[in-house]
Design a protein around this ligand. Structure first.
Ligand code: HEC
Length: 452
């Protein structure tokens, strides 16, 4: 049996890969290699030759397209969004996102996404992301599905990754925490793929399909090679001109009816956001099983594409803030990403806790997740910010877990970290948060149940 069955097996295999691939690169490429009997194509390689000097070239061209007056009319942003999309895709589509082969510009991956049950698979480097609940994508979607994704960083962002991970045995999130942060001009693009019955999701006609060595279903631990369909592409841009958060997040949704043939140009913009509208406490536009896209005109820091011919009905985030079709309808891009910190003490969304603890939507406690936190400032005082990068905070969690597990599992099934309660929090500067455990970094609370 060469497929990992349980948590223990997964750990053993990823650990073996770690030592094997130190020969190739410092950081392992992936955690789940498809068996040779099922797959003979190229394997995913982590792009990890991070620049060791801060790139001195010009900012990406699309920076010139930032609207003079950002407003909530998406048409103000359309040209900007189209250019960011082009920047993400140019030279990458041709090489099937084997980004090292991009002839126009270099792109890089975040290390330490290979580890654990959700870790990177070996064909495209996809990580396991979230469940797609029934009817989240369309009223006709009667069965659930799952999402897998891969993110890439431009050279400006990769320089900072290289700083944090310069010493593989002593990563330092000080490089993303105030007074530091990702540098102006950092761009991250992330392609998300759905494993779902496509006949039930109208906008997935004419799909762009990738093979992935993924779990049979969301709740299964068995891996097999399956086709997954491009459904969403996210962007994150560090732009110091946006004074509230210092970041612009945007997303595109696949609509195969757009051109009538498969292709990345079927990605249509959903919208863009540069702040969380901290004063907007209403809950009238939340729309988890959409029949239409509900645009909330009160939001001033989110702009949603109102062209219904182009954009299929989609649910967005909490009260109409930006989120993509496979994102959590009670969150927003910037809300979730503002929790990126190390050690990861914060939970990613107020609903990611026991039912009796969930604050009521719009209450002061709830709104903690919808503040505008400036770049480089952590969500939890005393931690280090990973500056809106959840791959970075997640990678650090994975690294520390690996370190704990490497110290052995005791006869009672606990590892050294579980025994020495405070070890995981040793980086936390203030003493008063010691009762909180380190959180997993994940988009979906149902993943937590899978891991327990
Ligand atoms: C419920 C939480 C959540 C929401 C909402 C969310 N994300 Fe993420 N996102 C994550 C997590 C966790 C990761 C890290 C793991 C991974 O790569 O998926 C991530 C990774 C990313 C990355 C890769 C860069 C990085 O290191 O974080 C980008 C870019 C991104 N998300 C953009 C977006 C955009 C744009 C939206 C809104 C359309 C969004 N995200 C909404 C949780 C979320």
């Amino acid at each position: 049996m060469n497929q990992p069955q349980g948590k223990r097996a997964v750990l053993a295999i990823t650990t073996a890969l770690f030592s094997a691939s130190t020969l190739a690169g410092v950081y392992p490429d992936f955690g789940y290699q498809p068996p040779a009997s099922q797959y003979s194509g190229p394997l995913f390689e982590l792009s990890q030759s991070y620049p060791t000097q801060a790139p001195q070239g010009a900012l990406p061209d699309f920076f010139k397209k930032l609207p003079a007056k950002p407003d909530n009319n998406f048409e103000t942003w359309r040209a900007y969004m189209e250019e960011v999309k082009h920047y993400c895709l140019e030279g990458n589509v041709e090489v099937d996102w084997n980004v090292q082969k991009n002839k126009l510009r270099q792109w890089y991956h975040m290390p330490w996404q290979h580890y654990g049950p959700l870790g990177r698979e070996g064909i495209h480097g996809l990580t396991k992301e979230a469940q797609i609940p029934v009817k989240q994508l369309a009223q006709t979607q009667i069965a659930s599905g799952q999402t897998y994704a891969v993110g890439i960083y431009n050279d400006i962002g990769a320089y900072t990754i290289g700083e944090v991970w310069k010493d593989p045995n002593n990563p330092d999130p000080g490089f993303t925490s105030q007074p530091k942060s990702f540098a102006n001009g950092t761009v991250v693009c992330k392609a998300l793929f759905a494993d779902i019955d496509r006949t039930t999701v109208p906008f997935l006609v004419n799909p762009v399909l990738w093979q992935g060595y993924i779990t049979e279903t969301f709740t299964s631990a068995n891996r097999k090679i399956k086709d997954v369909a491009l459904i969403q592409m996210d962007i994150a841009v560090r732009d110091t001109r946006m004074s509230d958060t210092g970041w612009i997040f945007g997303t595109f949704q696949y609509n195969g009816a757009k051109t009538g043939k498969p292709g990345w140009d079927n990605l249509v913009p959903v919208g863009i956001m540069w702040g969380n509208d901290p004063k907007e406490t209403g809950n009238d536009f939340t729309n988890p099983t959409p029949t239409e896209t509900r645009i909330n005109p009160a939001l001033q820091q989110t702009a949603i594409n109102a062209n219904t011919k182009e954009l299929p009905p989609t649910h967005l985030g909490w009260n109409g803030r930006l989120n993509g079709p496979v994102d959590n309808p009670n969150s927003s891009c910037l809300s979730c990403h503002a929790t990126g910190e190390s050690p990861q003490v914060a939970i990613m969304n107020p609903t990611f806790q026991p039912k009796d603890k969930i604050p009521s939507p719009g209450s002061a406690e709830w709104m903690k997740w919808f503040q505008n936190i400036p770049a480089g400032h952590p969500f939890t005082p005393g931690t280090k910010s990973t500056d809106y990068s959840l791959q970075l905070s997640g990678g650090l969690v994975n690294y520390f877990e690996w370190k704990c597990d490497m110290s052995g599992i005791y006869a009672d099934g606990k590892n050294a970290c579980a025994k020495v309660q405070n070890l995981k929090l040793k980086m936390l500067k203030t003493g008063d948060d010691n009762s909180q455990p380190q959180q997993k970094v994940m988009r979906d609370p149902s993943l937590q149940q899978l891991l327990e």
